[in-house]
Design a protein around this ligand. Structure first.
Ligand code: EPU
Length: 429
């Protein structure tokens, strides 16, 4: 693992245009769905990020050819259906590897996937994924840390996929993928409504699946005999777009964001408006600019269409500079606050009470060496660094590289002083 870090000299107002890439969290399950399909799949706008590369590596092990064409499109085609096992080495690196569970069971009728552990954002169970596979008729057991699921055939059913924290995004994806090749009709109740789930369903339908209700809590999947490959464009990454919106706001800048869908960011834009940030719709995106004074707000993360947990850390960086006290409550991953102590090292005043953080606004943040702990926390620290007085060193940016494509280039093009350097602190992980 390369230990690189970002050095940021804060204080520049960001101005200019940025183009948002395809959504990592839509691309990953869509790539995994290739396992279900006969024939070639061409995917456009798959971001070139570490998680995508890890999944390509896993898919190759599972007998899927995965290569980038010269024009950047990702080409996937199943070559061999023998291997059905996703090993710990790769699942450990990327929890989203669990998204091969549904397609492997659906197509190959057996699957062995290492049980994902927790991660920096907290405990991350997969009980709902397993419940879905069982409901469809699979026998599921845990053998030496691996989930082993088998089925002679899968049968359509009714399933409820709600847990203590609401719906599950990848669990809904797994259920849909396994059900596409099952016999009969499957109804998924309390399905996740996230745009990434809708994108997966739209892709599967283009391959010949019969899915309706995507984007609502009840998804119906009518089983079909076969899925074929197709050509498909991944939706824009709403989280990358939201991150650049905060970059504009936190530097008092003005950024034109292209390839961004505001209908995927309603709750986020609503909260930005409450803070006093202007988001003006354009033909292909929006223009974001900020008033000088930032109002304090209350915000609670929720499943879509609520405020996304994946933008909680970034918004918190902005709220550090609001004129008063804000309240941030995390309802999806109650421990997802690893950015908090690092922001405090930069002069923020944050105090945590359970799943809530009270953000006492300060006049300025000051540069400091800080440590990234997960993907979105890293983005929050970069944003804080852009606005801080002095130099911020964000260590361990390999977290950031998992999900943001060329972030430093994009920020530099907007006028930020940010450099990627080799070296940096190791330490406990
Ligand atoms: N949950 C259960 N049981 C399960 C599955 C989930 O209780 O079987 C709980 C989780 O612990 C959590 C809640 O349900 O409290 C929601 O988790 P979900 O399953 O929806 O998360 P996920 O599908 O594993 C995806 C994204 C995450 C994003 C969450 C929530 C991908 C690859 N990952 O994870 O993205 O935070 O949905 O929106 O799509 C990121 O990109 O930085 C990231 C972490």
């Amino acid at each position: 693992m390369s230990l690189s870090y970002f050095e940021i000299v804060g204080g520049n107002r960001l101005r200019g245009n940025v183009r948002i890439g395809g959504a990592k969290n839509a691309a990953l399950p869509i790539m995994a769905a290739s396992i279900l399909c006969d024939g070639e799949i061409i995917l456009h706008d798959v971001p070139n990020v570490a998680d995508v590369n890890s999944l390509c590596e896993l898919l190759r092990k599972l007998g899927v050819d995965a290569d980038r064409r010269e024009d950047g499109a990702l080409r996937l085609i199943v070559r061999d259906e023998m291997n059905c096992r996703a090993e710990y080495d790769i699942v450990r690196k990327m929890r989203a590897s669990i998204c091969v569970l549904g397609p492997l069971l659906g197509k190959r009728r057996k699957v062995q996937v290492s049980m994902p552990g927790g991660c920096a954002i907290g405990d991350r169970p997969v009980d709902l994924h397993l419940r879905a596979m069982e409901k469809l008729g699979a026998e599921v057991e845990l053998v030496s840390g691996d989930i082993v699921a088998k089925a002679k055939k899968l049968k359509g059913c009714e399933m409820f996929l709600g847990g203590p924290f609401g719906s599950t995004v990848l669990g809904t994806g797994n259920a849909m993928m396994a059900a596409t090749l099952a016999e009969g009709v499957t109804v998924i109740e309390m399905a996740a409504c996230e745009p990434e789930v809708v994108d997966l369903a739209n892709f599967l339908n283009k391959c010949g699946a019969k899915i309706t209700g995507q984007g609502t809590p009840r998804i119906t999947v009518e089983g079909v005999k076969q899925l074929k490959g197709c050509e498909y464009r991944i939706i824009p990454d709403r989280i990358e777009a939201g991150t650049f919106m905060v970059a504009a706001a936190i530097t008092n800048g003005e950024i034109k964001i292209e390839n961004c869908r505001l209908d995927h960011l309603m709750a986020f834009v609503d909260r930005l408006a409450a803070v006093g940030v202007s988001v003006e719709k354009t033909d292909f995106g929006c223009i974001v600019s900020s008033a000088r004074r930032l109002e304090p707000i209350e915000v609670t993360t929720q499943p879509f269409p609520g405020f996304p947990t994946d933008l909680q850390a970034q918004l918190m960086s902005l709220l550090c500079l609001a004129d008063g006290n804000s309240i941030v409550t995390e309802k999806i991953f109650p421990d997802r606050f690893m950015h908090m102590p690092e922001l405090n090292r930069m002069g923020a005043r944050l105090r945590r009470e359970g799943a809530t953080v009270v953000v006492q606004g300060v006049k300025k943040l000051v540069g400091a060496p800080v440590m990234a702990s997960d993907l979105r926390a890293s983005a929050a620290l970069v944003l804080a660094g852009l606005s801080a007085r002095g130099v911020t060193k964000v260590n361990r940016i390999y977290h950031l590289l998992r999900g943001y494509e060329r972030m430093e280039d994009k920020l530099r093009a907007l006028g930020a002083e940010i450099t990627r350097k080799e070296g940096g602190q190791a330490g406990d992980d």
